[in-house]
Write a protein that binds this ligand. Structure first.
Ligand SMILES: [Zn+2]
Length: 276
């Protein structure tokens, strides 16, 4: 077993969730590799610390424990390239950030709480985004220049539409149309990525939806996932086999759906520049 494989399964090993034979292989590696042994020691200490903080002073309520463990389980590390020294640290940082966010929103003031009423619209939103991608309605404006499309939207939609800069030569802008997400007027932007189609839907969410999407507890209840891609945290939802990364910036929701594989899509979104 090599370091990369150990690193991948170290969390499960520390949580004693591995098959005995796999655990044994990791133990053998740890006995002979000081780098991985250090990671192991650190991860154990961190988990122990989190556990203590959750247990004290009063035992955390069951639903909180559940949410925290869900948040921990949902931090996936997508980067599978060569092992980098900072790799585990990024995992740990993301993990700790999720836990703190969840704790903050659950234990914090009422402002951090998510109204259950907002969750159904949020789930509907994800389904709508997938539907908009699948509907294959033609573009209303056909142009390879995003600026032409964004100025075309100016008198058609109640917020300023801006294109996203994907920083990737394989992505081509194709055009746009006015669309709808729930009761929200939306802009639908069409892109191609190689042979795949990519849809970007953007809209201005109402207050309760905005809150559900901006709180980690809300996202966790939505079953949202967090991926760490090249050092960027991407939040996404999966539905009907589609991965739907969701970014909220300056009061506008940017949601993506595409035919490309999950890893490529998350990488694109992680590296995209969303305008202010
Ligand atoms: Zn090692």
């Amino acid at each position: 077993m090599d370091c990369r494989l150990v690193e991948k399964h170290l969390c499960a090993y520390v949580d004693a969730e591995l098959e005995p034979s796999a655990a044994l292989e990791i133990e053998q590696h740890l006995a002979s590799c000081s780098a991985c042994a250090d990671d192991n020691t650190f991860l154990r200490a961190l988990k122990g610390e989190l556990h203590e903080q959750l247990a004290a002073p009063a035992p955390a309520p069951g639903h909180l424990r559940l949410r925290v463990s869900e948040a921990l389980a949902q931090v996936h590390v997508i980067e599978e390239d060569e092992r980098q020294p900072s790799h585990l640290w990024m995992t740990v940082a993301a993990m700790a950030a999720s836990v703190l966010l969840v704790l903050g929103s659950v234990l914090g003031t009422d402002a951090g709480r998510v109204e259950t009423a907002a969750l159904a619209p949020a789930l509907d939103m994800v389904r709508d985004v997938v539907d908009r991608h699948k509907d294959e309605l033609p573009t209303e404006i056909n142009t390879q220049l995003p600026e032409q499309a964004t100025s075309w939207f100016r008198d058609k939609i109640g917020f300023q539409v801006r294109s996203v800069d994907f920083n990737e030569p394989s992505v081509h802008f194709l055009g746009a149309r006015v669309s709808q997400i729930g009761n929200h007027q939306a802009a639908k932007l069409y892109y191609s990525v190689g042979d795949s189609r990519l849809t970007l839907v953007m809209f201005k969410p109402n207050a309760s939806l905005a809150q559900a999407l901006s709180s980690d507890a809300g996202l966790t209840r939505l079953g949202a996932h967090h991926a760490l891609v090249g050092g960027h945290n991407v939040t996404y939802q999966t539905l009907q086999g589609y991965t739907v990364p969701i970014v909220q910036q300056n009061g506008i929701v940017y949601a993506f759906a595409g035919d490309l594989d999950q890893k490529s899509l998350l990488r694109l979104v992680a590296n995209a520049r969303i305008p202010y």
